[in-house]
Design a protein around this ligand. Structure first.
Ligand code: HSE
Length: 336
């Protein structure tokens, strides 16, 4: 059995979810022939490092009790550069303006010959092509299922399960916070401010919820889909974006009376009529896109399989960790 050494860079909700999943799945992973050793975990205060493998239960406990994993003041970049390991899990928060610190973490990981799995949307929405080329240049694997749709395996679906199909278009709900707000405002007649607060309490909203409600988060995910599935070379600025902030309770009620819902839909289509758009749309209640709560959904039109629809939890610590775990397993299989 081959041992794969990995680091977890960033130990917020996602990083902690990864640590929990790796603990829960340890025996299953061994059954698959994968022995994972987490040799370093970092957060914004510092790092803990053990070349023989950290006790993740103790790391989670320390984070809970003292607010940090740090037993040394080594930075994330120090760990990426100087700790001997094969795979970096980059789970720092998204910054859509600079992509940092994720962008530098990922590029440095490649330069040091380390594979990368990330949940961080910023670097991909800003520098997809550069990251793709850097990974290729250094002969390492770069995977990012967790960046779009949380637990909903849209990238794997398009690349693996639908291999051989041409994907004609994708439309869907890619932001759980907006979906939660729109569903709750309609079903419970609650105010926008109140339900936004609830979404923040659930831990699904971005630290700056403007990213969610202005459609920016959905646009970033659309850019990742456009580049990764349609092989476009686009950036955030190429998307036409309208958020949900101008949708009134009256508009939602009117839609409801007419057997419709209003949903924030991201849409990407290649070919003669290229579309890259995020906007609220009226959707009939019976339509597969009319999911409620924090769910995400995507409808893929393909040339051979026809329409395929998937739905799942688009955010959350364990849900995002599920997507990261699937990427880790693919990398381990390719390296054993
Ligand atoms: N804020 C995002 C959402 C988190 O609500 O979907 C997952 O990317």
């Amino acid at each position: 059995m081959k041992t794969i050494r990995l680091s977890i860079i960033g130990f917020g909700a996602v990083g902690q979810g990864v640590a929990r999943v790796l603990r829960n799945k340890r025996d299953y992973l061994v059954h698959l022939g994968i022995n994972l050793l987490v040799v370093a975990v970092t957060d914004s205060h510092g790092a803990c490092i053990d070349p023989d493998g950290l006790d993740l239960r103790a790391v989670l406990q320390r984070k809970k009790e003292s607010g940090t994993v740090a037993t040394s003041n080594a930075s994330s970049l120090d760990v990426i550069k100087n700790t001997d390991h094969d795979l970096v899990i980059e789970a720092t928060p998204t910054d859509i303006e600079t992509g940092e610190p994720g962008l530098t973490h990922i590029i440095e990981s490649f330069k040091h010959g380390r594979h990368v799995v990330t949940s961080n949307k910023g670097p991909l929405a800003l520098q997809y092509k550069q990251l793709y080329n850097e990974a290729k240049k250094h002969g390492v694997i770069f995977r990012f299922e967790a960046t779009v749709g949380g637990a909903m395996p849209i990238l794997n679906l398009a690349h693996d399960a639908l291999a051989g199909n041409r994907i004609i278009s994708i439309e869907g709900i890619l932001n759980g916070t907006c979906n939660y707000i729109l569903s709750r405002m309609t079903e419970e007649s609650l105010s926008y401010k109140h339900v936004l607060g609830e979404a923040q309490d659930l831990g699904i909203a971005e630290s700056d919820p403007t990213y969610d409600v202005e459609g920016i988060d959905t646009a970033c995910k659309l850019v990742i889909l456009a580049n990764a599935i349609f092989e476009m070379d686009v950036m955030y600025g190429d998307v036409e974006v309208t958020g949900i902030t101008k949708i009134t309770s009256e508009a939602l009620s009117l839609a409801n009376v007419e057997n419709n819902v209003i949903r924030l839909i991201g849409e990407v289509q290649d070919g003669n009529k290229r579309i890259m758009r995020v906007a609220p749309r009226l959707i009939p209640k019976q339509h597969p896109l009319a999911v409620g709560g924090t769910l995400n959904v995507a409808l893929l039109k393909t040339d051979t399989a026809g329409p395929i629809c998937i739905s799942g939890k688009g955010a959350g610590s364990m849900e995002t960790a599920s997507a990261i775990l699937s990427d880790i397993i693919v990398i381990c299989h390719k390296n054993t």
